[in-house]
Design a protein around this ligand. Structure first.
Ligand SMILES: [Zn+2]
Length: 433
């Protein structure tokens, strides 16, 4: 800990922050963790609660035409582009209290503190409480931020809710969203009207816990290429009777393919290339597979992620080349389903530098890491808003009730966010070291 005063570390803010998280947990507890369905009641209750606290603190509160919460601290020069922060309120079923909500609470206390300090920033500062970030509910992620930039399609609005099967459109209408406008692809906000977007989020992987740092500055948000189902077809046979040279064994073919991909991965990683590969679903046909049978086919999924589109494209080509070799060597066929691409989210270098500079200055221990998971910040970035992210250490991963974020870590990260927002908005105030 440095000798610098940390305003969020005094008992007033500590208590406030703790109680806001406790209240959010209360509003959406499910007995195990928290459940805040996208465009559902608990998500609305959470956003309404944040709105209430913001209004009590003298901030302006509203909802945009996609039913996202918008909290505003007016700047002294309304002609300047706004500085934005935010995150999502929804969670996966039986999720944790901090995934998403941490970024909204951080933004809220930053705006409340600036308001209480009395000097208006030059740029308006805006907090977004976004809806529908988790793909668990409608099969697609970032619904709230996509709607913001006119990127939510009619097809998306027809997506059925996982439990009720009612389309997303129904939920949007219930919340008073302007469905016609969203359906037309109207931008609810112009990217050029936002000077910068900073999102604070818990880390969802194990790196920061392993490296014992409370805060991270995100270097890039990994995009992905996915196939939900690739089929490798061979030829079925008796496990004892078919000699190796006459086999067309799809399981060995897949093992061969994954080993080849792993070798490339290891080599590329050694060259400093950002890449992760997962084959999370591997299935032989349960209706016919058995110990003594060479299976006729095997189905598997592929999730290839990188911060670089070029790496994704290059690795995808490598995958095709290796499939061709395995096909020839082992007499099997590969059948790919639809290729789904989510582009990487580029972190704005100048914003990242600002965050790094603030960490150095405030003596906040930090590392620089990529974000393996997707975030609304990637949507902002891909729509042309300069964007950056701050991660907070979090034990036990995310998307589960065991998420564990330390209040001290949150305070350090929020201090960094505060400094970034106030500098970006050029506060007349000079308190934030
Ligand atoms: Zn999240």
């Amino acid at each position: 800990m440095s000798e610098f005063a940390r305003p969020f570390d005094d008992s007033y803010w500590r208590n406030r922050i703790q109680s806001v998280f406790a209240e959010l947990r209360e509003l959406s507890g499910d007995g195990v963790g928290v459940t805040r369905p996208s465009y559902g009641r608990a998500e609305t209750l959470g956003l309404d609660h944040i709105a209430e606290l913001a209004a009590e603190g003298g901030l302006s509160v509203g909802r945009d035409p996609a039913a996202n919460l918008v909290v505003t601290l007016a700047g002294s020069d309304p002609s300047l582009p706004v500085v934005a922060t935010g995150s999502h309120m929804d969670s996966v079923p039986h999720g944790g209290n901090y995934d998403g909500a941490a970024g909204i609470v951080a933004g809220l206390v930053c705006l409340l503190r600036m308001k209480s300090e009395g000097e208006a920033p030059q740029h308006t500062i805006r907090l977004y409480g976004l809806r529908g970030e988790e793909s668990a509910w409608f099969g697609k992620a970032y619904l709230g931020s996509l709607a913001l930039f006119g990127e939510l399609t009619l097809h998306d609005m027809g997506r059925p809710h996982r439990d009720t099967q009612l389309p997303l459109r129904h939920y949007l209408e219930e919340l008073g969203a302007d469905v016609a406008r969203i359906g037309r692809g109207d931008r609810l906000v112009e990217p050029a009207s936002i000077a910068a977007y900073y999102e604070l989020h818990i880390e969802q992987g194990p790196s920061m816990v392993a490296r014992r740092v409370p805060v991270a500055v995100v270097t890039g948000i990994r995009g992905n290429i996915r196939h939900f189902r690739v089929l490798c077809r061979g030829a079925t046979g008796h496990s004892g009777a078919v000699p190796r040279w006459l086999r067309h064994d799809p399981v060995f073919a897949l093992a061969d393919l994954l080993t080849r991909l792993d070798e490339h991965w290891e080599k590329l990683q050694g060259q400093g290339v950002d890449l992760v590969i997962t084959s999370g679903v591997v299935q032989t046909n349960a209706a016919e597979h058995t110990l003594t049978r060479i299976p006729g086919e095997i189905a598997f999924s592929l999730d290839i992620r990188s911060q670089s589109q070029q790496t994704l494209d290059d690795f995808y080509q490598l995958l095709q080349d290796e499939c061709a070799i395995v096909r020839r060597n082992r007499g099997v066929e590969f059948e790919f389903d639809e290729k789904i691409l989510t582009p990487p989210g580029e972190i704005a270098p100048e914003l990242k530098r600002r965050l790094v500079g603030i960490c150095e200055e405030l003596q906040v221990p930090y590392i620089e890491i990529p974000s393996g998971a997707g975030h609304d910040a990637a949507v902002f970035a891909n729509c042309g808003v300069p964007s950056a992210m701050i991660f907070i250490r979090n034990e036990h991963g995310s998307h589960n009730p065991q998420e564990k974020m330390d209040l001290d870590d949150f305070i350090l990260g929020t201090e960094v966010l505060y400094a970034a927002l106030s500098r970006e908005a050029k506060c007349a105030s000079s308190r934030s070291t």
